[in-house]
Design a binder for this molecule. Structure first.
Ligand SMILES: Nc1ncnc2c1ncn2[C@@H]1O[C@H](COP(=O)(O)OP(=O)(O)OP(=O)(O)O)[C@@H](O)[C@H]1O
Ligand SMILES: [Mg+2]
Length: 487
């Protein structure tokens, strides 16, 4: 036997490495990972959409000296099997190169440490031309040519990344400037979510002068968010922490809250586990097939914290955007899910219950527990029906009851369930326009009550407690004003 080295053919491999499946957002997030691992407290992204856009990502982390930077440019700069610092977001020694070049053809990395600045570049066309893994090494004058490089020079230490020739974005569009602007928008949203815990802890990410705000998918600061009992799981002496949250009901969410969780649609679609690797969100909105995604558990979100020492168990991929749940963790997670889903269910069903007297609300639909499940019945005590019944004779009252029973029997359970799960019907949200309309309708009913000589005060009191009027503060205030006239 004898041996012969078989080096990968640079132009072919470097091109193949571009197709790992990075999205624009995931690629930039991978570069931010590196800045965080380098203990940066401020990251600046500068990029303006035009017909030939470029992007600068600058951090004030500890930077790299010449040897370290040269090593960092190497594909496979770190062995993925080596143990990493507990707060290191890297694993494969590939991200900086593969993420950047998945989107563009030219990557320049300039870093400052101990007062010295060094710069290297991977240029795909240069590698193809040379047919070899040839890096470009820059002189100080060449470094000075780069846009915004003064910002790095003014820092004690830090790293500057310049991306240009975004061919992958160009391929999919006739209008690069417009598409790039959209990519930047999505990227801002993505970074605000993925790094929300770091931003909350003081990390500043500035994009074109705008400081990103943390998008907390659990709305922890909302007073109606419920935090359930935390549940630690120990695997090989390493802790995985599950923290279930139940989001507030849609009717309690402002537009700002909805923006944070990704919109009304996301309330249902993005339920599930939120997996954080070293507090960086890597995968979210999935139950890993443990639970059905449906209307009932749409408010449940479970924060899962895993340390990077368990990467091998989760089969973390190079993009850090997918992970496979091993069976032992799966089994243990079920308890946490079970608790959160059950509680989420109660937030929904509670709205239809009559037995919650403490709320002092008369619900139109009563949910009754029966032996093999539950049934929904129309509450005969609501003033709308009482008022009608008071003007009918006994026979007509019986007929009315018969009509209500038929309606209850014909309740389209399956169709409602399917439509609700698809988001085609939502519970009504509270808004001023509806309040005004309801108040007008209520005036009509009060007129009817007056004409029939019924007791207006007791009806006003009943209306104040019944749906839908009880959901509107402005209507309740109006009723109070009317009642004051009778005191
Ligand atoms: N912004 C930065 N500041 C300081 N050092 C950096 C920075 N970016 C990269 N490095 C160094 O370059 C190395 C290579 O980065 P790269 O992203 O390619 O791989 P990684 O972070 O080690 O692993 P992964 O492929 O999982 O991201 C890093 O390990 C780090 O030492
Ligand atoms: Mg990295």
């Amino acid at each position: 036997m004898y041996e012969q080295e078989c080096v990968p053919f640079a132009p072919a491999l470097i091109e193949s490495m571009r197709s790992l499946g990075y999205s624009f957002c995931a690629a930039i997030a991978d570069l931010i990972d590196n800045s965080i691992s380098a203990k940066a407290s401020e990251i600046t992204i500068l990029s303006y959409p035009n017909s030939n856009p470029s992007m600068v990502i600058l951090d004030n982390g500890y930077g790299m000296d010449n040897d370290k930077l040269y090593e960092a440019m190497r594909y496979g700069s770190h062995n993925p099997l080596l143990e990493r610092e507990t707060d290191d977001l890297g694993r494969f020694g590939l991200g900086m190169k593969s993420a950047s070049l998945s989107q563009c053809r030219k990557l320049v990395v300039i870093s400052k440490k101990d007062g010295k600045i060094n710069g290297y570049s991977w240029d795909l066309d240069y590698v193809i031309q040379k047919g070899a893994w040839m890096l470009k090494v820059f002189s100080e004058d060449e470094i000075d040519m780069y846009e915004h490089i003064d910002m790095l020079k003014a820092m004690d230490s830090g790293t500057y990344i310049h991306l240009s020739e975004f061919d992958r974005v160009r391929e999919g569009t006739g209008n690069l400037s417009e598409t790039f602007a959209k990519c930047l928008d999505e990227m801002m949203n993505h970074l605000s979510l993925v790094f929300h815990r770091y931003i909350d802890d003081g990390l500043v990410i500035n994009v074109n002068g705008e400081k990103l705000q943390a998008r907390d998918p659990f709305l922890k600061n909302h007073k109606a968010t419920q935090k359930k009992r935390e549940c630690p799981i120990y695997i090989h002496n390493q802790k995985i922490l599950l923290s279930p949250y139940i989001l507030p009901h849609l009717s309690k969410l402002t537009q700002d809250d909805l923006d944070k969780i990704g919109g009304k649609e996301a309330l249902r679609n993005d339920q599930g586990f939120y997996v954080y690797r070293n507090r960086r969100l890597i995968i979210w909105g999935t139950w890993f097939r443990l639970e059905r995604k449906d209307e009932l558990n749409k408010l449940a979100r479970v924060m899962v914290d895993i340390p990077n020492s368990l990467d091998y168990m989760w089969s973390i991929d190079i993009k850090k955007s997918s992970a496979i749940l091993p069976d032992i963790i799966r089994k243990n997670m079920y308890n946490a899910v079970y608790e959160s889903v059950l509680s989420s269910e109660s937030v929904h069903t509670y709205r239809g219950r009559k037995d919650k007297k403490s709320e002092d609300i008369e619900y139109i639909w009563e949910r009754r527990i029966v032996r093999d499940g539950c049934e929904y019945l129309i509450n005969r005590d609501i003033p709308q029906l009482k008022m009608l019944a008071e003007t009918l004779d006994d026979k007509q009252v019986k007929m009315l009851d018969g009509v209500l029973k038929v309606l209850e029997e014909a309740f389209p359970v399956t169709a409602m369930y399917v439509d609700a799960a698809k988001g085609k019907i939502e519970e009504k949200t509270v808004n001023d326009e509806i309040a005004e309309k309801l108040w007008e309708e209520l005036q009509e009913q009060i007129k009817y009550i007056k004409d029939r000589g019924l007791d207006i005060v007791s009806y006003y009191k009943m209306f104040m407690k019944v749906e839908p009027y009880c959901n509107y503060e402005v209507i309740k205030e109006n009723i109070k004003k009317e009642l004051a006239k009778y005191e």
